[in-house]
Structure formats: C-alpha cells, structure tokens
Design a protein around this ligand. Structure first.
Ligand SMILES: Nc1ncnc2c1ncn2[C@@H]1O[C@H](COP(=O)(O)OP(=O)(O)OP(=O)(O)O)[C@@H](O)[C@H]1O
Length: 774
C-alpha cells in the first residue's frame, strides 16, 4: 500500500470509529424515544380527565386532550429525527464518503481537506466536520470545478478560493480500496466502473459521480420553470431525483417530500425509480401519471381512453378505414392551434354560445335551459365571466328554494311522511331537535310539527339538485365541447384536411359517453376555463419526466392546477413517441408558460447509459444526433442479423438469450414495436425459462428476460436489448423513427437487432463501422 493510501486508511479508521460510537449512542437514544412513544400511546388517557358536566369542565377536557396530543406528537417527531439520523449513520458505515477537495479559502494560508459523502458527520466534539453532505454549499466545488480558482455560494454570500486537488475514493467494508486524482474530470475511472455494472431492479443514486452539467440542473434555483432537454441516457431522470434530494436538504425547514410531485410515464417506472431518494436518506416524493389524474377528474362522466391504448391504435390499426382521420385528429388536438382555438372559443362564450341544462324535479321543470340562457346573457356583461356564473348560481339557488317551498304542500310529501319508517322518523326527529335545540329523549316525547317535517323531506329530495347547482352541473360542458366540432369560427389558420371526419368521429365518441385520450385534456381544460380551475396550493414543486409526451394543453393545465409550484420539465424530443409529438423538436413553446424571465433551459448532450459503440449507432438514427456525445465506455458494435422467417427468428433469439445469460447479463429485453407484436413474440418464445411479458398495467420493473413494447420501455434500461424485428415491414414508416430510437437506446451494454426480410430503411445509411450486418 502506498503512503497516501495508508494515511487515508488511518483517517477512515478514525471516521469509522466515530460512526460506530455515534451509532451506539443513537441506538440507545432511539430505543429510549421509541419506548417513550409506545408508553405515551398506551397511557394516553391516564392523564386526561374527561368531564363534560359543565362548560368549564368540557373546556378543561379539551385543553388537556390537546396538550396530551401535542406531547405525543413532539415525542414522535423526536423519535423520527433520531432514527433518521441513525439510519443515515448506518448507511455511512458502508460508504462514509466518496470524494475530497483540497480547498484554500481566500485570505487563509491553510488548505482544508473537505471530505464529501451522502450525509454530514461531525467529530465527537461536535465542532469539526469529518464529512460534508454532498448538498452542502462547499460541496458544489467538487462537482463544478477543476483545480484553480473556485467559489461557492452560501446564504451569507460568495466564498472564493483555490481548489488545489480533487480526489475520488472507492471504499468497501471499511477499507480504502483505491483513490484517484480526478482533477480534470470527475471519476472517469469510477464512472466507468459504475456504468459498466449490471442493472438491477431499481435505479441508483449518482451522487458520487454527478457531472458538471447535471449538477447545474440539480442545484438550479431561480425562476419558475427549468427545462431540461437531454439525449437518451444523459441522466435527466437521475438529475431530477438528485434535484429533489437537493431541494429537500436546502429547504429542509419549509419543504417536505409530500409537497413535491413527479409526473412519470407509468407505474413500472415509478417502481424503478422508487429507491433513489431513500438511498439518499430522503423520503420519496409523490408520484403520479397524468392518466391517473385524468381518470380522477373525468371517469364519472366518461369512459376515458388511456395513452397506451391510443398509441397501440396508432401503431397497429393502419389498415382501418378511419386511421388517417384519427391520427390527424390526435395531432390537431394536441396542437397550439387547437389550444388557441379553445381559448378564443371560451372568450366568445361571454357573448353567446354557452349551453345549459334545465332543472327538473319529479318530471316538472323548475327552470328551463332557455330561461337559464336568457338570464345569463341578459345580465350585465361587463361583469367578469366567473362573477356572472356565480350570480347565475345564486339565482338558480333562489329558483330552487322557491320550488322547494311550493313542493312542501304537495300530496307526495304527505305520502312520504306517512310512509316514514320508525327509524327514519327518529332520525328526522334527532335532526330537527339538534337544529332547533329541542330537549327531550325520543320522538314520542315530542310531536314534530308537520311543517318542519315536510320541509325536511323536501330538502332531502332536493339535495342532489342543490349539490348539482353548486358543482355547476347545469352548464352543459359536453354540449359546449361538441359545438367546437360543428363550427369553424374559432379556428384560425390552416384546418386539417380531415376536418369533416375529425368532427364526425369526435361527436360520435362523445355521444357514446367515451373520451379519446386526445380529447381528454382539451375537454378538461375547456371545462375548467368555464367552471373555474381546481387548484392544489400545497404542492411547491412539480417535476415532469418524459415531457416530450405532453401537449401544450397538459402543461397549461398543470401550471394552473399547481399555482404555487415551481416546475422542472425533462424530456427528449428524439423520443417523442406519441403521434402528437412527431413534429415538435424543442420546448420553445413552453417559454410562454411563465414567460422568458422565469424560464431557464439546460441541454444535456452526453449519453451515459450505453457503451460508445451503441451510442455511435443510435445517434445516427436521429436527425440532430451529431450533438450527442458518447461517454467513452467500450463494448461490442451492435449487430443486425437478417433472417428469412419467424421460425428462424425465434430459434436465433432463444440461442442469443441463452448466450447472453451465460455472460451474466441480468436484464435482457426483447423489445417489440407494439403490445400486439409483444404478445405474439411472447407466445412464440415461451420456451425461454421464466420469460415475462410486460403490459401497460405492469407495476414492477422485472429482472430476467422480458418481452416489452418499445413505448413501455421508455425511461428504463436493460443490460442487453434485442430488437425483435427491425424489418422494413415493421419499421417502414419515417414516423416510427423516434420509437425505434427509443427502443435501441434502452441498451446499456449490448444491442442486437434482428430483421425478418429487408431491414428497416431507418438503418439503410448506417455504415458497417457502426452496425455489423450478418
Ligand atoms: N453522473 C452519472 N453517474 C453515474 N451514472 C449516471 C450518471 N448520469 C447518468 N447515469 C446513469 O445513466 C443511465 C441513464 O440515466 P437516466 O435514466 O437518468 O437518463 P435519462 O436522460 O433520463 O434517459 P432516457 O431519456 O433515455 O430515459 C442510468 O443508469 C444512470 O444511473
């Protein structure tokens, strides 16, 4: 062992000792606090005197209850804090730190050695830092600078100095196995090792090897919107997750994990990324898919189609008569033009065009739709739209109150009273007694006034009508949305050729109570523009991964839904696999969301996931691929094997999988174009041991051998990828270029493509240096 390593080992031994000491101490403290909480819970009522005889007694009881609950909550929170600290120390036992900077602060002659790890560690006096948290201000130097002048920002201001050296460590089981001078680039050697490993069920944190441009994303902290456009495998998801950990650290006094929400592509992705934050000692943020939100809002009214169903249609239904119309409709309904049309349409509704539903009770009209319409448009139109809706609601409530008064004396009410069960009578009695402060023990003690009872019965029968008015159900949103497809007034600019067909198809679906995926957000946006937006102000940060799949509608929607939140949007237009994204190439239109002063964009061009030969191939599959830079990791050049029939294909795949398994690849994906192709492939490859088929409702990222449609493989990665059939017949259309690129970029170490018959024209111009043909 060289002297440097010996010295470092000595230091590590000291640090390990401190960690062990602190663990012992904290273990005792944690046990003590746990017992305290248990005992508190057990004896919660012992110290509370429950007495409600007089008002003063009652007040005393409430105060003592509240006091007791507060004590319990303090005790629980202390226990949580101590046990979190204990978990952090236990994690540090494995890898206490991973890096070091030698930094001489301006104005001092001394060079300080700053060790960086996943958490802070103080020495036993509590005065000196043995390890700095990777998120501490000074640690930013480690990620941002090469030796030379460097600075970092603290709440008190900027601190400058000289970075003399930068080191990386590999520590395992309390032993410093190696250390590298990484003065020029952070840990290429270590990054090589990390990236060369097999993937497992979960994504891992990257704190020890964060790259400078990724660090800019993680620590970015101004403006409302951060846009990250990055190539496949450039670390967008990783940066997003470390960014969450960073924000939770920086704002630990005011930001909690449940105030951060990550919009992700599907549930399998959620399970794949679920370990990163806990690995960093933080709780997971909330995770949802946009579809879950749409279902939550619209499934009472409609059967809402899911995004993957739409995509599957686009990929497989090419020979259906309405295919052209439907795909044109998908593109148009996600366009900025349609978005503008909806806004213009909504404004035009101030003067005319709102549709209403009349209110009826027991078959008789209380207010007709015509009357509501007259009332709305008769009223002072200088009032703001939502105030007019509010006034209309008040007016309707009055109409309903009057109707209720009229109903009280009708015969049906008497009949209902006579038919009241004993139980209902008692309930009615209790209700009235409570409301009016009547005394007495049972319904027999008091003959209820028939008037009051009739009033109660009528009120109950009108409950759903009154609630409906409150929820603005009298506005016929479906009818209003339909009007968009019966009139061209609101459309500016070019209208799609297939407009007639789009209108017919949309109206038919709406009449059947179904909502295509492409209609769901526009419908919801129009609804909210009319009825007012539902908002969630508790969320402080929204992150949107795979953002190229979102339409302008969805962004606008999320902005309004979370008015107090900042937004981080991460995406790659080369992976825009939905039909609506096929023409968009950047996030420029997103700048309008919060305006240029509140918007920042960061580009990531280096790809870390795949070996250099794989990136060299995949970057040639997309038009702007020249910008993509491969991280220099060796591997085999991808191979394209042309076969003549499916039987041969299946034989070859079985053989290939078995070979790959022998090379200890843990995750092998056979990637297909669609769910339809995946199901057929899965059936034919059933003799591969423990092969699994991934479907859109799969919850877990599976290890082993999987058959998966390309669109579900998005965001995740595999040691080895087999493209099931890269033939011209399957990927013959230019529109599939992005899907094909997405599929190929899932490979970390090995990529094999098969083609039954002629290969796809997408591969035509690729030089044999980058794609071996066999
Ligand atoms: N700085 C880094 N250190 C170590 N590993 C990294 C680093 N950056 C990225 N990676 C690894 O590269 C792979 C790709 O990262 P990630 O999934 O975050 O990329 P992405 O840009 O979201 O990809 P895609 O858009 O293709 O889904 C992951 O295995 C991740 O751990």
């Amino acid at each position: 062992m060289n002297t440097k390593l010996v010295q470092e080992q000595d230091r590590l031994n000291n640090v390990m000792e401190v960690i062990t000491e602190q663990i012992e101490k904290l273990q005792e403290e944690t046990d003590m606090h746990r017992e305290e909480v248990v005992s508190f819970r057990k004896h919660f009522w012992d110290d509370v005197k429950v007495n409600v005889d007089t008002f003063d007694d009652y007040l005393e009881t409430v105060i003592s209850l509240r006091q007791q609950a507060q004590n319990l909550s303090i005790s629980q929170s202390t226990h949580r804090q101590v046990s979190n600290k204990l978990s952090a120390l236990k994690r540090m036992q494995h890898i206490p730190y991973f890096g070091r900077i030698d930094f001489a602060e301006e104005g001092t002659s001394e060079t300080e050695r700053i060790y960086i790890g996943t958490s802070t560690l103080m020495d036993s006096s509590g005065e000196d830092f043995l390890i700095y948290d990777w998120r501490a201000p000074i640690s930013s130097i480690y990620y941002n600078y090469s030796p030379g002048p460097a600075e970092y920002t603290t709440p008190e201001g900027i601190i400058g100095g000289m970075l003399e050296q930068k080191w990386q460590y590999i520590i395992r089981g309390g032993v410093v196995e190696s250390m590298f001078d990484t003065s020029l680039t952070i840990g290429d050697e270590i990054l090589q090792q990390v990236l060369g490993k097999s993937t497992d069920k979960h994504m891992h944190s990257i704190v020890s090897t964060i790259q400078q441009e990724q660090n800019r994303i993680i620590r970015h902290d101004h403006g409302r919107l951060l846009i990250v456009q990055g190539s496949a495998g450039s670390g967008k998801t990783s940066a997003a997750l470390q960014r969450i950990a960073y924000l939770l650290y920086k704002y630990r006094d005011k930001l909690k994990a449940d105030q951060i929400i990550l919009f992700s592509p599907n549930s399998m992705f959620n399970s794949y990324v679920s370990n990163v934050l806990p690995e960093l000692g933080e709780e997971n943020m909330q995770q949802v898919t946009f579809q879950e939100y749409l279902n939550h809002r619209l499934s009472d009214e409609f059967k809402v189609e899911g995004p993957y169903k739409q995509l599957e249609y686009v990929l497989t239904a090419t020979d259906q008569p309405l295919y052209q119309v439907r795909t044109a409709s998908i593109r148009f309904k996600a366009s900025v033009r349609f978005f503008e049309a909806i806004k213009t349409y909504r404004e035009s509704l101030e003067a005319a065009g709102l549709l209403f539903k009349g209110i009826t009770f027991r078959g008789e009209s209380i207010v007709t739709a015509k009357k509501i319409n007259e009332r709305f448009y008769r009223k002072d139109t200088s009032l703001r739209f939502h105030n007019r809706v509010e006034k209309l609601t008040e007016w309707l409530n009055r109409q309903v109150e009057e109707a209720m008064r009229r109903e009280r004396n009708k015969a049906w009410v008497q009949e209902e009273i006579e038919l009241l069960s004993e139980d209902d009578y008692q309930k009615a009695y209790n209700y009235l007694r409570k409301k009016r402060g009547f005394r007495g023990e049972s319904a027999d003690d008091y003959e209820m006034e028939p008037e009051a009872l009739a009033q109660l019965i009528v009120r109950q029968k009108f409950k759903s009508i009154r609630k409906g008015i409150q929820m603005l159900h009298f506005i016929d949103i479906k009818g209003i949305y339909k009007q968009l497809f019966t009139n061209l007034t609101w459309m500016k600019g070019e209208i799609p050729e297939e407009w007639e067909g789009i209108c017919q198809l949309t109206l038919k679906m709406l009449d059947e109570g179904k909502l295509f995926y492409e209609d769901a957000t526009p419908f919801l946006l129009l609804k909210e523009l009319i009825q007012g937006f539902q908002t969630n102000t508790s969320i402080k940060h929204v992150l949107i991964d795979e953002a190229q799949d979102y339409s302008p509608f969805q962004f606008e929607f999320l902005k309004r839904l979370f008015p107090s939140a900042k937004m981080t949007v991460l995406g790659d237009f080369n992976q825009g696999i939905f039909a609506h994204a096929s023409e968009t190439v950047d996030f420029d239109t997103l700048t309008n969301l919060y305006g240029p002063n509140e918007t920042n964009t960061i580009n990531l061009t280096r790809s870390y996931r795949s070996t250099r030969p794989i990136v060299e191939l995949t970057r040639r599959l997309v038009p702007n691929g020249k910008q993509i830079v491969a991280f220099d990791r060796d591997g085999e050049v991808p191979v394209l094997t042309q076969l003549t029939n499916k039987e041969e294909l299946h034989r070859q795949i079985v053989y290939k999988v078995s070979n790959l398994q022998k090379q200890a690849y843990q995750t092998i994906a056979i990637i297909c174009k669609s769910a339809e192709e995946s199901a057929a492939a899965y059936k034919a490859l059933g003799n591969i041991d423990e092969i699994k088929l991934v479907k859109s409702n799969s919850m877990e990222y599976e290890q082993g051998v999987v058959v998966i449609p390309a669109y579900l493989a998005k965001g995740i990665e595999f040691d080895a990828v087999i493209i099931y059939d890269a033939s011209a017949e399957v990927y013959g259309n230019e529109r599939l270029r992005r899907l094909f690129y997405t599929a190929c970029t899932r490979a970390m170490h090995y990529l094999q493509l098969y083609s039954v018959g002629e290969p796809s024209p997408l591969l035509l111009d690729i030089d044999s240096e980058y794609l071996v043909r066999s």
